[in-house]
Design a protein around this ligand. Structure first.
Ligand code: ZN
Length: 216
C-alpha cells in the first residue's frame, strides 16, 4: 500500500498519516519531521529555507526521501507526507519506485479553507522539550502551556505564526496545485473534506483507502 497524502500546511496531514500508518503497520514518511530533526542538529542549509517558509530544493529533498523509501520497513508500503511537492519531485519518485518494482496506489487530497487552516495553526503548540504537538482548540494540554508527557514548556513554532502561515499556504498553492492535476490525470486522486474533527476525517480516509485499493 503506497500512499501519498496531500493538503495545505495545517490541514491535519501529520495526525491522519500517523493514524493510518498505525492501522496498516506501514511507516509514515514525513519530510517535515525529517527536516525538523535535521534543523535541530544544525543543518544550516535547511534552516534558511524553512524559517522563511520557502520550499527546500528538490535535490536535497529527493535524496532524503529516496533513502527513506529504500529502508526495510517500507517493504509493505508507506505513507508519504510533504512529498512530492513539485512535478520534478514526482518524476523522481516514480523513477525510484519503478526501480523498487512499486507504484503509488492512491493520493489522498485533504481539502480545507484558508480561514479554517489559520484558525487551527495559530492554536497549535509544540513541546519545546519532547516535540509533542497540542492544539488549544482540539487537543488541549491538561495544564496551560505545559506538556502532559514531559512537563516541558509549550511554544508556538515559528512557522505557525499567522504571517508565515499565509506565506506557507501561498507557496503550497503555487507549487503543489499542478501536482494535484498531475495525479488527477493518472486517476489516483481522492479528495477528502478535512474540515470536520480528526476522527471524522480519519473515517473518510479509511473508507477511501478500502474503496480505492483492492485487498491483496
Ligand atoms: Zn513534552
Amino acid at each position: 500500500m503506497q500512499l501519498i497524502i496531500f493538503g495545505p500546511p495545517g490541514v491535519g496531514k501529520g495526525t491522519l498519516s500517523d493514524m493510518l500508518a498505525e492501522k496498516h503497520k506501514i511507516p509514515h514518511i514525513s519530510t517535515g519531521d525529517i527536516f525538523r530533526k535535521e534543523i535541530k542538529s544544525g543543518n544550516s542549509e535547511l534552516i534558511q529555507y524553512v524559517e522563511k517558509g520557502l520550499l527546500v530544493p528538490d535535490s536535497v529533498v529527493n535524496k532524503i526521501v529516496e533513502k527513506g523509501l529504500k529502508q526495510e520497513n517500507c517493504r509493505n508500503g508507506f505513507i508519504l507526507d510533504g512529498y512530492p511537492r513539485t512535478i520534478d519531485q514526482s518524476e523522481f519518485l516514480e523513477n525510484v519506485l519503478w526501480k523498487l518494482k512499486k507504484k503509488i496506489d492512491l493520493v489522498l487530497n485533504l481539502v480545507a479553507s484558508e480561514e479554517e487552516i489559520i484558525k487551527r495553526l495559530t492554536a497549535r503548540r509544540n513541546c519545546g522539550k519532547c516535540g509533542a504537538v497540542y492544539n488549544l482548540i482540539t487537543m488541549k494540554p491538561k495544564k496551560k502551556d505545559i506538556c502532559d508527557k514531559c512537563q516541558g514548556t509549550l511554544v508556538t513554532r515559528k512557522d505557525d505564526e499567522p504571517e508565515t502561515i499565509r506565506k506557507r499556504i501561498q507557496v503550497y498553492e503555487e507549487e503543489t496545485s499542478p501536482l494535484v492535476e498531475h495525479y488527477k490525470n493518472k486517476k489516483l486522486i481522492f479528495d477528502i473534506d478535512a474540515s470536520p474533527r480528526p476522527r471524522t476525517v480519519f473515517s473518510s480516509v479509511v473508507e477511501a483507502v478500502e474503496k480505492e485499493i483492492p485487498k491483496q
